[in-house]
Structures are given as structure tokens and as C-alpha cells.
Design a protein around this ligand. Structure first.
Ligand SMILES: Nc1ncnc2c1ncn2[C@@H]1O[C@H](COP(=O)(O)OP(=O)(O)OP(=O)(O)O)[C@@H](O)[C@H]1O
Ligand SMILES: [Mg+2]
Length: 596
């Protein structure tokens, strides 16, 4: 073994790996530097999800020629000078690491000028090498252009995810910086398209509205408390607004975004019994604490921090959120101030409008519990057969179809609570779970569509508009083809909103459920599933089927029950759900006898 000291460029590259993991890390560091420099206007320009270009332009204090050269040196910082300074950091940066790390793994050009200087400076660095310094006219502030990230670290470059995923991370970092700074204007453009443009906002609440959307901001509850250890302020969402998609959870301490599973638990505990299982409330929570009691120097990306009195912070936060939720009543109140989003009509609207009838009550005039339903032996294999007709034809939706009168094994079904179908069969009773039957039917339909390359049948909706946020939008775009194949008709409507025009047959058409469905779909899509051919399709089919069945409407008529059973028995496996749960329970004569 021979120990050697690594050359500076290799040591820099290794150190850079800690700070710069992906394009989003560069975005975070450059934006934080701009804020530390006192900028109130920050533009982020990105090309090819940051692979080709990440540029941050600010109107902060700028740098002198000497500073512009030295800022790329490791441990070059203007933010701390002594060890004591580490104990009360109020700036985002303090290590003097970020620019050195970025310049180690990319080609960087800095153009900058201070207000007191006539001429500005342009400095070029690449792979930790200083290439040139020249004079040039420049506006006051800094303009950092980072090109060809990881050009000299092919292994890292290879590990970058798809453009949509990398862009999603960039948008997330951008939002984390922007949401807490209403007095700063921000913009983000990607491949020359505006993704988010945030003017200076009158208050934090307006900024939150701009970043998270009016539908979230309208339903926020203020929280505030002051103790000697920590002060808490900010907003949490009403319990009925919590969603299953994570993503709108923001903690800041002294203005710095951080992640904390522990404090997240404090918030979740305050919502205990108020929200559905698996739902996560949105929140933007600001903690203020004496900087000497907060250690921000425990994580290379500075996103994890340590409080001296973590247990106390937990208790204060929990009590504060709980009290705020308790003070407000969350019954079926009507919020008159809330804006009502106008429906947006998709291309299908013109063809639908003339055919909209008032729905008719599902009365089955022919109903006779002793009637016999034809055993569904000869099916046409069209899985869509039990589903509703498209909505434009309401009359058909509840129309009674003639049922062949013929002795058979299964009698026409008795529907219990819209959830179970009880039928007589083979000298006993069979009880079918509607939810599980739907899960099986949907599953086989999705598998068929995904493996055969066709499209699953679809129910047209009155268009439902859902704001998903710019980052989630990228997820939906990335999986657009898969969603279409499964029968979802989802179009983008602006940078952060989608309109749902159609859902797979069997899915609920209820607007609130469609909104919840979109958030569930996002959850499913964001969960990394194996990309092996076949495995991914089956996993997606299984999860989409479960989702559709869980959110499905109660059965409304015997006709629907009959059609569901027909579709179920046309399945390859009518006995078990894809995850192996029984769909049908049987009671034979002996078991019935034992009851009495
Ligand atoms: N946008 C900017 N405007 C003015 N000065 C800047 C800007 N960006 C960086 N600087 C100067 O360059 C120095 C080095 O920046 P760098 O991000 O590498 O370190 P830092 O911010 O001090 O610490 P950290 O590594 O924790 O981010 C800063 O301390 C600051 O003086
Ligand atoms: Mg910095």
C-alpha cells in the first residue's frame, strides 16, 4: 500500500460530489448565493433540464474583479471569518464550497459588476482551472452560466435521470427558495419557455398562492406561537384538503428550507383522526430560533439541521398546529370568498353539449328477484361491456336492457348498500364484493391494453380542472403515453394545471374523486417501479386497478350489477384480485342451515 496525496483537481472533483449531485443542486446553490447577495430579482434559465445550461442572473451586490476570481477557490467565502461566526449563521452559505464544487465539474462563466465600478468582469473556469478574466460592460449583480455539467465526470452524467425527472427536482428547489421570499421576484424558464414567473408578492400568503395554487392557499389555516426556544408561524391546510401526494410540505428555520422526518411527525400527530389514512397535509411552516441553538452544518447540501432542543420544538409545533386546527371548525361550511374555477371545456364539449339530458332515476320496471340471469358463459370478451356509456348519453346510462329469461346457475342479483351483490347459485348464496370485482375487471383490461399496445375504453367526463403544480406536471408528461393507454384523457392546461376529460371505464366521474385520483396517480407514477418490460406494466395495471376500484361509485342499479358480474366472469381469473384477495364468498345449503 502506498499512500499518496491526490492532485487538487481530483480532490476537488470528489469534494464536489458531496455538494453537486444533480442539476438541481447547482440551482439551489446559485439561487441561495443570489439571495445572500441581497438580490430582489432572480432569474433562472435552464436548458435541457440543466445538462446544457443552468444560468442564474441576479441584481445583488456583485463582485470586484479580485472577488470574481477568488470566489471559485475552495473555502473562499465572505460570509464567515471566525469559528464563533459558525455559531450564528444567518446567511444561506457559509462554507465557501459551492462555487468551487460547481467549477470542478462544469464549465462556468461569471459576468459581474458592483454598483461602484464602471466596468464589469467576466471570469471563465472549467474543471477547476481558471481559463480567463476579461473586462466587459455588465449590469450590477451577478450572472453565473454553468454549462455542460459533469462534462468531465462521465459516471455522474450517466446517472442523471430523464429530463423530466431532473426538471422536477429543479422546480422543487426553485419553489423551496421562492416560497419563503415574497419580497423577491423570481422567474424560471426552461428551453425558452416560462415555467414559473413570480412577481414580488404583497405577503407570504400571496406568494404561497402563486407557488402552490389558489386552491391550496384559499384553504390555509394560520398558525402562530412564540416560546423562548422557538417561534412558529406559517400556514397549514384544512384537514379535508390533505392529499395523498407528498410535495407541499415546507419547513424553514430562520429562512432556510430544511427537511425533518421528526418534525413532520409532529404535524401529522396534530392531524391525527382528522385526515384519511395515507393523506398528508400541505404546510408552509417557519421556525425562528436563536441561530446558536440550530446547527446547519451537518449535511453537505445543508438541508438537514439539528436543533439543540429537538423535543421541545416537536412539542411546541404539535401544540401550535393542533390548537390552530381546533380553533377552526371544519364542517361543511361555505367559503364565499373562495373563487369558483370556471369549467374548461375540452375539444369534446361541442359534440357533447346537444346530447346532455337530465338523468333519469334508475327504476327497473321489470325487476323480479326471482328472475334468472343468463350465466355469462358466452362473452364477447369486451371488457368495457359492464361499464357506463359515455356521459353524453344519459338516457342510455340507466336504460334497462332485456335480460334473457333462461334457467341458469346465477340469479339476478340483489345489491346490498351498493357494495355487495348477493346471488343465488348452485344451491346456495354467493356474495360478490363490488370493489374487488371491479379491481379484477380493471386489472385485466389495463394489462390487455398495456401489453397489446391498444387503448382501454374510456368514460368521457365533464372536464375537471386540477392544479398539480409545475413539478408534478413533468411526471404526468413523462408518463403521458402510459396514461393514455390505460384510458386516462389528461391534457395540460398551462404550466401547472391539467384538465381531465376522460377516465378509464369503471372509474368514478365525481369531480372531487377525479381530483383525488390525479393525486393518487401521481403517487403511483412517482414511486419508482421496475422498468423491466412486463414487470412495469403489470405493476401499473395492478395499482391503477386498485385505485379505480377504491374510488369507484356505489352500484346504482341492478343493471350495473348484472353488467359487473358479466365482466367479472369474462375475466381469466374471477375468484381473486391481482393481490390475491377473494372476490366471491360462497354459502352452501349446509352453512345456511347452521345459521338456524
Ligand atoms: N450571486 C453572488 N453575488 C455576489 N457575491 C457572490 C455571489 N455568489 C457568490 N458570491 C461570493 O462568492 C463567495 C463564494 O460563494 P460560495 O457559494 O462558493 O460560498 P458561500 O456561499 O460563502 O458558502 P456555501 O459553500 O455554503 O454556499 C460567497 O461567499 C460570496 O462572497
Ligand atoms: Mg453559497
Amino acid at each position: 500500500m502506498h499512500i499518496r496525496v491526490l492532485p487538487a483537481n481530483i480532490a476537488n472533483m470528489i469534494a464536489a460530489g458531496e455538494v453537486v449531485q444533480r442539476p438541481a443542486s447547482v440551482v439551489k446553490e446559485l439561487m441561495e448565493n443570489a439571495l445572500d447577495a441581497g438580490a430582489d430579482n432572480i432569474s433562472l434559465v435552464v436548458k435541457d433540464a440543466g445538462r446544457t445550461l443552468i444560468q442564474v442572473i441576479d441584481n445583488g451586490c456583485g463582485m470586484s474583479r479580485e472577488e470574481a476570481e477568488i470566489c471559485f477557490e475552495r473555502h473562499a467565502t465572505s460570509k464567515i471569518a471566525t469559528a464563533e461566526d459558525l455559531g450564528h449563521i444567518l446567511t444561506f452559505g457559509f462554507r465557501g464550497e459551492a462555487l468551487a464544487s460547481i467549477a470542478a465539474v462544469a464549465e462556468v462563466t461569471l459576468k459581474t459588476r458592483r454598483a461602484e465600478d464602471q466596468l464589469g468582469t467576466v471570469v471563465e473556469f472549467a474543471g477547476s482551472q481558471h481559463l480567463s478574466t476579461t473586462e466587459a460592460s455588465a449590469p450590477v449583480g451577478c450572472n453565473f452560466a454553468v454549462r455542460n455539467l459533469f462534462y468531465n465526470v462521465p459516471a455522474r452524467r450517466k446517472f442523471l435521470k430523464s429530463d423530466n425527472v431532473e426538471l422536477k427536482h429543479i422546480i422543487e428547489e426553485f419553489e423551496r427558495v421562492a416560497v419563503a421570499k415574497p419580497d423577491v421576484a423570481f422567474s424560471l424558464t426552461h428551453n425558452d419557455k416560462d415555467i414559473l414567473v413570480l412577481k414580488k408578492a404583497k405577503s407570504l400568503k400571496f406568494r404561497i398562492q402563486d407557488v402552490l395554487g389558489a386552491h391550496v392557499a384559499d384553504r390555509l389555516v394560520d398558525i402562530a406561537t412564540k416560546t423562548s426556544v422557538v417561534s412558529v408561524s406559517g400556514f397549514v391546510c384544512r384537514p379535508d384538503q390533505s392529499r395523498k401526494t407528498p410535495g407541499n410540505q415546507f419547513f424553514f428555520v430562520n429562512g432556510r428550507f430544511f427537511k425533518s422526518a421528526y418534525l413532520h411527525k409532529a404535524v401529522m400527530k396534530a392531524y391525527e383522526d382528522m385526515i384519511a389514512e395515507g393523506a398528508i397535509p400541505s404546510y408552509v411552516i417557519f421556525l425562528e430560533a436563536d441561530p446558536s441553538t440550530v446547527d446547519v452544518n451537518i449535511h453537505p447540501a445543508k438541508t438537514e439541521i439539528k436543533f439543540q432542543d429537538e423535543g421541545v420544538v416537536f412539542q411546541v409545533l404539535y401544540a401550535c398546529v393542533k390548537e390552530a386546527l381546533g380553533k377552526n371548525s371544519f364542517g361543511a361550511e361555505i367559503d364565499f370568498e373562495q373563487s369558483v374555477p370556471l369549467p374548461v371545456f375540452g375539444s369534446k364539449y361541442e359534440s357533447l353539449r346537444d346530447d346532455v339530458f337530465a338523468p333519469q332515476a334508475p327504476i327497473d320496471h321489470e325487476y323480479n328477484p326471482f328472475d334468472v340471469l343468463t350465466p355469462p358463459v358466452h362473452h364477447d370478451n369486451s371488457y368495457g361491456s359492464y361499464n357506463h356509456e359515455p356521459k353524453q348519453d344519459y338516457s342510455k346510462l340507466f336504460e334497462e336492457e332485456p335480460i334473457q329469461q333462461q334457467p341458469g346457475r346465477i340469479t339476478k342479483a340483489l345489491v346490498i348498500s351498493g357494495k355487495y351483490i348477493v346471488s343465488q347459485a348452485q344451491g346456495g348464496l354467493i356474495v360478490t364484493s363490488v370493489r374487488r370485482a371491479r379491481e379484477r375487471v380493471l386489472y385485466e383490461r389495463f394489462v390487455k391494453a398495456l401489453s397489446a399496445g391498444g387503448h382501454a375504453s374510456q368514460t368521457a367526463l365533464f372536464p375537471v380542472q386540477v392544479r398539480v403544480g409545475a413539478d408534478n406536471m413533468q411526471v404526468l408528461l413523462e408518463h403521458a403515453e402510459l396514461l393514455k393507454t390505460c384510458g386516462f384523457d389528461i391534457d395540460s392546461l398551462g404550466p401547472d394545471t391539467v384538465v381531465v376529460n376522460g377516465v378509464p371505464d369503471g372509474y368514478s366521474c365525481d369531480a372531487a374523486k377525479v381530483e383525488a385520483m390525479v393525486s393518487d396517480i401521481l403517487l403511483i407514477l412517482s414511486d419508482g417501479v421496475s422498468s423491466l418490460p412486463g414487470v412495469m406494466e403489470a405493476a401499473m395495471a395492478e395499482r391503477f386497478a386498485k385505485l379505480g376500484a377504491a374510488e369507484g361509485d356505489l352500484l346504482r342499479s341492478d343493471y350495473e350489477a348484472g353488467k359487473l358480474l358479466e365482466a367479472l366472469f369474462a375475466c381469466e381469473n374471477a375468484e381473486f384480485t391481482p393481490s390475491g384477495k377473494i372476490i366471491i364468498a360462497r354459502m352452501d345449503e349446509d352453512q345456511l342451515e347452521k345459521l338456524f
